[in-house]
Write a protein that binds this ligand. Structure first.
Ligand code: G16
Length: 543
């Protein structure tokens, strides 16, 4: 087997977004496109000779091909060992755990998360560092800079290796170990949660459904829920990962997880329902006819953390992304904990967790996690909820209602306008920016505007500054209107409008969020001219 150096021309569109490089498969299929990006990663991450690389993905179309390409490049670039999930499968949280457990130098995770899969859909790749978390901005910027000047990549002339049998093979000087993608992760979950209590709950007539949406969590959920915890066969639906995710959109929200939503809102609904996304890091939690917002879920997990053995020693602090509701802040305040507000993107939590400042993190985009790994973790959140339900012996709705009574309710909603013309989307944000000086003091939706800004974050650990992370209109009563452009889409721009208002009167805590926020929605459209500028009369998705 001989190493080759292949001359290439660079691409100018390989800028990693909120979570790695996500593009249409067709873009990745251009000659050298994947190779250029992978070599740019290898050229930007320091000296890894003799070290281990973790490799796996969500099983979507192009996953297997990309793994073969990357293995040959990793061998030619000097890694001495690669750990690859069997069949090329590793959920994002499982990959994070494997990186940490085996002290790998880093990992490449192949996923476009919840974006649809297949030859005409999306593919993605991201680099995670040795702490198991997404590369911080300094690293992704270095990778992007390298993609613009790269003129060659290194690879090994070798046959593809089999990804399907557990065991080790040699690829040049590099040892490739095909590992069980579920085992290490399942052990970790068992160390955090009271499996005996959950087993007793499930044996005692409690019913649940988990929708894996034909994506990567199928094997994880089947082994842990139906295997280790004894949930009845069929608890996991859509549990076989498919290369096109069954033609669906594996985004666990009320719009895209419709199979599950129908079951959970039927007359004979189970007690608990949950779904995860393409790569297993997102989660949606439902009770019988009841939806738990991701922002509330973070707050409730924090307030009930002592139910789970892994968190009984107390939690260090909480972090949430800026657009996530302030429900967790109220819990942190009551518990005497610090609460950090970071830009959107799980990568911003890594430093805080490594420094021991936070234990639990969450995002409105259906992401919750803790310092057990450095990614958000869908199945972890589901197990955490099951652990709480097993200890509290109350319904999901009762637990949430009681939480609102105690801490107040942060009514919350996100309106997404997908596939908008990029210039028009920019104009929406600029329209609000242009009023930064005049809005404070004005009354909008019956509330006084206290401040407006472009959110900027200074990382308290390394001092790095991330600016322009969302346009905020803040109100004196804690309500907020926020506009942001998504960093994960692959066609046009997605405008995200985040709406939040606080209600501490328990008599007014059980409205539909859209009704409770109706005046805020009108105000947001008025000040931004969102509908006129985008040419849309309603959002594509409301969560
Ligand atoms: C990624 C990031 C999350 C982020 C989400 C939405 O999630 O890891 O931190 O909240 O995208 O980002 P945006 O609003 O920029 O589209 P995932 O699950 O897609 O990897």
């Amino acid at each position: 087997m001989s190493a080759s150096v292949i001359a290439v021309r660079s691409f100018d569109d390989q800028k990693p977004g909120t979570s790695g490089l996500r593009k249409k498969v067709k873009v990745f299929q251009q000659a050298n496109y994947l190779e250029n990006f992978v070599q740019s990663v290898f050229d930007s991450i320091g000296d890894f000779s003799g070290q281990t690389l973790v490799l796996g993905g969500d099983g979507r179309f192009y996953n297997r091909h990309a793994i073969q390409v990357i293995l040959k490049m990793a061998a030619a670039n000097g890694f001495s060992r690669a750990l690859v999930g069997q069949g090329g499968i590793l959920s994002t949280p499982a990959a994070s755990h494997v990186i940490r457990k085996y002290k790998a130098y880093g990992g490449l995770i192949l996923s476009a998360s919840h974006n649809p899969a297949g030859p005409d859909e999306d593919f993605g790749i991201k680099y995670n560092i040795g702490n198991g978390g997404p590369a911080p901005e300094g690293v992704t910027e270095a990778i992007f800079a390298r993609t613009k000047s790269i003129n060659e990549y290194r690879t090994l002339e070798a046959n593809d290796i089999s990804l399907d049998g557990i065991g080790a093979t040699q690829l040049g000087e590099m040892r490739v170990e095909i590992i069980d993608p579920v085992a290490d992760y399942a052990d970790l979950m068992q160390s955090l949660f009271d499996f005996d209590a959950i087993r007793a709950l499930l044996a005692g007539g409690f019913s649940m459904k988990f929708d894996a949406m034909h994506a990567v969590t199928g094997p994880y959920a089947t082994r842990i829920l139906e295997g280790d915890l004894g949930a009845s066969a069929g608890t996991v639906m859509n549990g076989i990962p498919k290369e096109d995710f069954g033609g669906g959109h594996p985004d666990p929200n009320l719009t895209y997880a419709h199979d599950l939503v129908e079951i959970m809102y039927a007359d004979d609904a189970p007690d608990f329902g949950a779904a995860s996304d393409g790569d297993g890091d997102r989660n949606m939690v439902l009770g019988n006819g009841f939806f738990v917002t991701p922002s509330d879920s973070l707050a409730i997990l924090a307030a009930n953390a002592e139910c789970a053995p892994g968190y009984q020693g107390g939690i260090a602090g909480i972090a949430r992304s800026m657009p996530t509701s302030a429900a967790a802040d109220r819990v942190a305040e009551a518990m005497g904990l610090d609460c950090f507000e970071t830009p959107t993107g799980w990568k911003f939590f890594g430093n805080l967790m490594d420094a021991g400042k936070v234990t639990l993190c969450g995002e409105e985009s259906f992401g919750t996690g803790s310092n057990h790994v450095r990614e958000k973790d869908g199945l972890w959140a589901v197990l955490f909820w099951l652990n709480i339900l097993a200890v509290r012996k109350a319904s999901v709705e009762a637990i949430v209602s009681e939480h609102w009574q105690k801490f107040g309710r942060n009514y919350y909603s996100r309106h997404d306008y997908e596939g908008v013309d990029s210039a028009a989307a920019e104009q929406v944000l600029q329209t609000v920016r242009d009023q930064f000086a005049s809005l404070p003091g004005q009354i909008l939706a019956g509330r006084i505007v206290s401040a407006c800004d472009d959110f900027s974050y200074c990382d308290p650990i390394d001092g790095s500054v991330s600016s322009k992370q969302g346009v905020r209109v803040l109100f004196e009563d804690g309500s907020r209107i926020i506009f942001r452009l998504s960093g994960t889409g692959t066609s046009g721009a997605t405008i995200r409008l985040y709406l939040e208002s606080f209600e501490d009167d328990s008599a007014r805590q059980h409205m539909d969020a859209q009704d409770a926020l109706a005046d805020m929605i009108v105000a947001a459209n008025d000040i931004s001219k969102l509908r006129e500028l985008s040419g849309r009369d309603r959002p594509t998705v409301i969560t």
